[in-house]
Every structure is written in C-alpha cells, then in structure tokens.
Design a protein around this ligand. Structure first.
Ligand code: PLP
Length: 345
C-alpha cells in the first residue's frame, strides 16, 4: 500500500549541508539531532552524519539520548542539553551520555551520582538554560565542554550577537581544558569569531536557512508530499470546506489532497498557504481540515493520483513556514506519525 502523505528525507542533501557548515566555519560540526532530528528521524540522520565524519551529537532529553545510544553504539559522544535533570543521572551514566549542566543543583546531582564527562552551559543573555556568568562554577573534574546559545542568530544585524559572543569568550577562558561550543545554525554564518572550537547546528543541516529564508549554500532535505484524492469543479458562488472558508468568485477547479492537520499541516496555513503541483504553485483554499486540504488547480495540470508538494525542492521549507505564520523548525517537528517517512541516499 503506498502512503498518501509522505515525508521524504534526502540523506545525501543532509550530508551536503553537514559539509557546507564545516566549510563555512572551518571547525568540527556537532549535529543537533534533538526532537528526532527535527522530525526527520534521529537514527537515520545520525547514522549518516557519523558516516560523514561527525563524532559528537546533541539531543535535548535524556530519553532521546538513550534511544540514540542504542542505535549508534558506543563511539560517538552524545550531549544532553537538558542536563542532569533530577532522576536521570543513572540513565545518563548507563547510556554513557554527557549532561550539559545548567545550574548548581544539576552540578551537585551529577557529582553526587559519580560525575564523569559532562558539559557546562553559560547563559550569556538569553535567560533560558544555563549559569549566569557571575554564577559559573570553578573548573571541576570531568568538564569536557563549555557552551552558550545565541538568542538572535537569525538576525546578523542584532547587536546582542556580539555581546553574547564576547561574554562567552570571557567566561570560557576560565575553563582552558574544555572545548568551546557556541554557534547554532545562524551562528555558523555570523563570521569566524563565532565558530570557537566546534559548532552546534540543527535547522541548517535539515535544509532551513540560517535567517529563516532559503539559502543557496544549503540543500533541501525534507519533502512533504500528499496525493490528490479527488478533483472537482466549483461553480462561482459556491464555497469550499468548513465554515465556507473560501467562496469562489469565478468557477474554479480544485484538487483535494491527502494532508490535514492530523498530518501536521497547521490550520494557520489558511489563507496564505500554497502547494506545488506539476510546476505550478497552487493556493490553498479555505480551511485545512483533519485529513484533507483543498488547492486551486484551475491553472495547473492535475490528474487524480498526482502528488502535491507542501514543502521540498520546489516549495522551500522556509517559504512554506512563512506562509503558515511559523518557522521551519515548527513545520518540520509538526509532521505527525501518520505521515510515512522515506529515506533516499
Ligand atoms: C536547538 C539548539 C541548537 C540548534 O539550533 P539551530 O538553530 O536549529 O541550529 C543549538 N544549541 C542549542 C542549545 C539548542 O537548543
């Protein structure tokens, strides 16, 4: 049985982006494969990235790390961004995961559980996870990596970027034995003084642009397609879908495609969304329903069984996200389990 909605993951494009980020920064790339590699499948993505030369991976949750460790074996270093959350020290140790310690309680819990290699996060202004620079601990046994995270890396003009970089450089100097990790995807393109010892990109590996729009240096990795279930002609004056979300001013030919919010196509796509079909960008009409979207194919070539592309090489992830009022990260991580994953490369 062929899947009606499919997320195709191009692992060759993933490898291309990995090498593009390495070339852009000149330092090792430590892929972020949290949230199941932003919905693309952490095991498949991690295996390919390791084959391309990555030796260190980042996940968010300890449970993600445990699953990943089973799949990739003992060799790669795996950091857990949540850190040593109370109750997870044993799981972290057993799976040889390294917590990124974010505050004093995590540090004491990790040390009480026996310590071992770990990282330290310094909050340089985002007020998310991490020690404030003035509260940063003295260097301690097992500290292998010190990191911080940019709040505005997608906006190169934002002066906070340089302030965070300088604050990080100052505090990292107190830990001479630790690897310095600073830049996420956006940070990889802010210049050489943002690279430090290794970079930590996510979205750019998966084909999203560093500034929230398509970037020619990166290849699209994820393609979401949906099959046409029915084609119909709508006379002028009739409406389409729930709540009369679209009313045809002139006669329209529409195609109903097998994707809806139960597949991760947000209702907020209406009214700006569009999908690519056989060379034509077709506007979404009316409300996204649970299993079906309606698109205008009056100007397009449409045959029953054709597949429309919601995002991919012909309709960029970033453009699709902007139309839906969101960001590439959320678009990718919203694709639900009902959508079949297919890997090429
Ligand atoms: C998610 C995350 C990243 C990766 O961010 P991108 O913008 O996807 O490159 C890096 N570091 C931290 C701390 C994160 O939470």
């Amino acid at each position: 049985m062929t899947a009606l909605a499919t997320l195709t993951v191009d692992l060759n494009a993933l490898a291309h982006n990995f090498h593009a980020l390495k070339a852009a920064t000149g330092v090792p790339v430590h892929p972020v494969v949290k949230a199941d590699s932003y919905g693309l499948g952490a095991v498949a993505c991690a295996r390919r990235l390791l084959a391309e030369g990555a030796d260190t991976l980042f996940v968010a949750r300890a449970a993600e790390g445990v699953t990943l460790r089973e799949a990739v074996g003992p060799a790669p270093v795996i950091y857990v961004l949540d850190g040593c959350v109370r109750g997870t020290a044993t799981a972290l140790t057993q799976a040889d995961l390294r917590p990124i310690l974010n505050h004093a309680d995590q540090l004491s819990d990790w040390q009480a559980a026996g310590g071992g290699p770990c990282g330290l996060q310094i909050d340089t202004g985002m007020n998310r996870l991490g020690f404030r620079p003035e509260d940063a601990p003295e260097p301690f046994e097992g500290l292998a990596l010190v990191m911080s995270h940019l709040a505005c890396a997608d906006d190169p003009a934002q002066p906070m970027n340089a302030r965070q970089r300088d604050a990080f450089a100052a505090v990292a100097a107190r830990y001479p034995g630790a690897l310095r990790s600073f830049a996420n995807s956006g940070g990889c393109f802010l210049g050489p003084d943002y690279a430090f010892d290794a970079v930590r990109p996510g979205i750019c590996l998966y084909g999203g642009g560093p500034e929230g729009r398509p970037d020619a240096r990166l290849k699209p990795v994820a393609t979401l397609t949906a099959q046409i279930l029915q084609i119909r002609d709508v006379p002028a004056g009739e409406s389409v879908g729930y709540s009369r979300g679209y009313v045809a001013a002139t006669p329209r030919r529409i195609a109903l495609c097998a994707s809806g919010y139960a597949d991760g196509v947000a209702r907020s796509n209406s009214p700006l969304g569009a999908v690519w079909l056989n060379g034509t960008l077709c506007p979404l009409l009316g409300r996204v329903s649970m299993d079906v979207i309606a698109i205008d194919v009056t100007e397009a070539e449409a045959t029953l069984g054709d597949t429309a592309e919601l995002f991919g090489p012909n309709r960029s992830l970033d453009d699709a996200a902007t139309a839906a009022g969101t960001i590439a990260y959320e678009l990718l991580t919203s694709v639900t389990a009902r959508v079949a994953r297919r890997y090429v490369g």
